[in-house]
Design a binder for this molecule. Structure first.
Ligand code: C5P
Length: 214
């Protein structure tokens, strides 16, 4: 079974995807980490031609070993750089096969990102599109970082999230929209346990209706 979980920055999709993977005993790939790793590997300044060239080369070199330094990969700098490399078509293309191979391993997988249900796995068995309002997302991300001992400027973080959302939604190569067959889950007023219960109910519902149809 392939489960695709898409949604904007800090919507809780990563935590939900990890919870679904545990619940159904499936491997999980946070595809944002790939873009983050590519962003961090580029030394040239954003906007320069060298930036694009280096980003494409880094995407072509990327393998699982680049995805282990989670502290660095999940920070704000990596998030912003990720959304800058994510608008480069050749970068997306270079990362596509890695994600597809992960999804199509025997038994299936859970992948979360922006374009899983639309581009990477349009054939996914279940698609979830996670939403939450910008303030709730900012607050969650702030608490995550504070739990790690970081000082957080909530005003700056809110604007960073909004700016990243705008770039992701306007990305002509991004595939970031709700697929027609994706189930919408708004987590604004749900804590993580309630959100996971809601997601499991959606997946179980889809599986039951597939089993019932001839
Ligand atoms: O999900 P996360 O916030 O870690 O993703 C970081 C950035 O990587 C996103 O803002 C987006 O620009 C890019 N991304 C993408 N497609 C994906 C996953 C992430 O474009 N499937």
């Amino acid at each position: 079974m392939i489960i695709a979980v898409d949604g904007p920055a800090a919507s809780g999709k990563g935590t939900l995807a990890a919870g679904l993977a545990r619940h159904y005993g499936l491997p999980h790939l946070d595809t944002g980490l790939l873009y983050r790793a590519v962003g961090l590997a580029v030394r040239a300044a954003p906007g320069s031609t060298d930036f694009d060239r280096e980003a494409v080369a880094a995407a072509r070199r990327l393998d699982a070993a680049h995805l282990t330094d989670l502290d660095r990969l999940t920070g704000a700098e990596a998030g912003t750089l990720a959304s800058r490399v994510a608008v480069i078509a050749e970068v997306r293309q270079a990362l596509r096969q890695f994600q597809r191979d992960f999804a199509r391993q025997p038994g299936g997988a859970v992948l979360d990102g922006r374009d899983i249900g639309t581009v990477i796995c349009p054939e996914a068995d279940v698609k979830l599109f996670i939403e939450a309002d910008s303030k709730a997302r900012m607050e969650r991300r702030a608490r995550q970082w504070e739990a790690r001992g970081q000082l957080v400027d909530r005003y700056a973080l809110y604007h960073q999230i909004e700016e990243r959302d705008a770039r992701d939604r306007a990305n002509p190569h991004g595939g970031f929209f709700r697929a027609a067959d994706a189930h919408l889950l708004d987590t604004t007023r749900l804590d993580i346990d309630a959100a996971l219960r809601a997601a499991v109910a959606i997946v179980d519902g889809v599986l039951a209706s597939k089993a019932a149809s001839p």
